[in-house]
Design a protein around this ligand. Structure first.
Ligand SMILES: *Cc1c(COP(=O)(O)O)cnc(C)c1O
Length: 347
C-alpha cells in the first residue's frame, strides 16, 4: 500500500544527492574546528540569509534555545507569541535551562503580533520588573496555518526593537517557504533581525539539523552555548553534507508543496463534514476541522491510517496536514479519496 504521510515535513528522507554527499563528505573534528564540510555549510548558510556567520546545531529546538541563551541572561524577558512554536512545543526550554522569562502576547490569525501589544509588553526601568531583552517572531507561522510574515512587518518590529535596545530573533524553521510564497529572496525576511534559525530537516529534507545565523560576535558566543547544551559534535560533516544539498537544491522546489497543500485544502473544503479556511493557506501547512459528531477525531485518524494516509490530530476537532518532498500530486488525490470514503461512511 502506498503510504501518504502528511503528519509533518520532518518525515522527509534524504534525497539521492544527499546520500551521495554523505558518502563522500570530507570530515574532521568540528569541536576542534576542523570539519571542512560543516564549515562549508556554515559559510553557505550565512551567505544565504545575509548574515556574517552561522553555526550548525542538531535541532530547531536547540537553535532557538542557543539563541535565547546568547541574547538573554537569567531573569531577563522574551516577548513571544502565545501560539509560537517556542512557547508551545519546546518543553519550556528557555526557562528550564536558561532561567529566561517568557512574556506572552497574542498571535494574530496571520502569525503576526500587533506592534501595540509588543509595546505594552516592554518593561520599563523598575527594580520590580524583569528586563525586556528579546522579541521572537516565527516565519512561516506553524500554528497559524503556515502564515507568512511580510518583510514590511518584520522591518517594523525590528525598527521598534532597535529604538529600545531590544534584540529580535526569527524562528525561521520554514523561512524558505515564506520566501517562496512571496516570491522574494529570503534575505528580505532576515536582513534586520539580530539572529535567525532555519531548519534543514523540514521541507529542505535533510535528515538532521538547523542553522543559527547572526553576526560573527553572536555566533562566537552561540558556540559556547551550543557546547553547554552538548550540541558540539565531532565528524558532523557526515550530516552537514546533506545540509549543503538542502540549502543549495531544495528551496527551489518548495512551490510544489504549496501547490499540493492548496489542492488538498480545496478538496477538503468540498467534503461534507470537514471545513478549512482556504484563504489562510499560503504555504505547505493546512489545518482543517471536523464539523460532525458522527466520527471522533481518533476514529478519523485511525480510519485514514488504515488507508495509508497519515495526519496529525492537533485539537479537539482539528487536524493538520503538511505537504513536502516525497508527496506528489497523485498522493493528494489518494488522500482526498480516503477522506471522502471515511467521511462518507458516517452518513
Ligand atoms: C519544527 C519547528 C521548530 C523546532 O525544530 P526541531 O528540529 O523539531 O527541534 C522550531 N520552530 C518551528 C516553527 C518549527 O516548526
Amino acid at each position: 500500500m502506498r503510504i501518504v504521510d502528511l503528519r509533518s515535513d520532518t518525515v522527509t528522507k534524504p534525497t539521492p544527492s544527499m546520500m551521495e554527499a554523505i558518502m563522500n563528505a570530507e570530515l574532521g573534528d568540528d569541536v576542534l574546528g576542523d570539519d571542512p564540510t560543516a564549515q562549508r555549510l556554515e559559510e553557505i548558510s550565512a551567505k544565504r540569509v545575509g548574515k556574517e556567520a552561522s553555526m550548525f546545531v542538531p535541532s530547531g529546538t536547540m537553535a532557538n534555545l542557543v539563541c535565547a541563551l546568547t541574547h538573554c541572561a537569567r531573569g531577563e524577558e522574551v516577548i513571544l507569541g502565545d501560539v509560537s512554536h517556542i512557547f508551545l512545543n519546546e518543553a519550556g526550554s528557555m526557562s528550564a535551562v536558561g532561567g529566561i522569562h517568557p512574556h506572552l502576547v497574542p498571535n494574530q490569525p496571520d502569525g503576526t503580533i500587533k506592534l501595540e501589544d509588543i509595546e505594552a509588553a516592554v518593561r520599563g526601568d523598575n527594580v520590580h520588573w524583569p528586563r525586556t531583552r528579546l522579541i521572537c517572531l516565527e516565519n512561516t507561522h506553524n500554528r497559524c496555518y503556515g502564515g507568512v510574515l511580510t518583510p514590511g512587518y518584520i522591518e517594523s518590529v525590528c525598527q521598534f526593537a532597535k529604538e529600545r535596545g531590544i534584540s529580535v530573533h526569527l524562528d525561521g524553521a520554514r523561512v524558505f517557504n515564506a520566501a517562496v510564497a512571496l516570491g522574494v529572496d529570503v534575505t528580505t525576511f532576515t536582513r534586520s533581525v539580530d539572529s535567525v534559525m532555519f531548519c534543514l530537516s523540514k521541507g529542505l529534507s535533510a535528515p538532521i539539523g538547523s542553522m543559527v545565523c547572526g553576526t560573527d560576535e553572536f555566533i562566537a558566543e552561540a558556540r559556547r552555548n551550543r557546547k553547554v547544551l552538548g550540541g558540539g559534535m565531532r565528524q558532523v560533516g557526515i550530516i552537514a553534507a546533506a545540509g549543503i544539498k538542502a540549502v543549495e537544491e531544495m528551496p527551489q522546489r518548495l512551490h510544489e508543496d504549496h501547490f499540493n497543500a492548496r489542492k488538498l485544502a480545496e478538496g477538503i473544503a468540498g467534503i461534507p463534514g470537514l471545513a478549512t479556511e482556504l484563504d489562510r493557506i499560503k504555504t505547505n501547512i493546512i489545518y482543517f476541522d471536523i464539523t460532525t459528531d458522527k466520527l471522533t477525531p481518533d476514529e478519523l485518524v485511525n480510519r485514514l491510517g488504515d488507508r495509508g494516509v497519515k495526519l496529525l490530530s492537533t485539537g479537539p476537532k482539528r487536524f493538520r496536514a503538511v505537504t513536502h518532498y516525497g508527496i506528489t500530486e497523485e498522493d493528494i488525490d489518494i488522500a482526498l479519496v480516503a477522506l471522502r470514503e471515511v467521511m462518507g461512511e458516517t452518513n
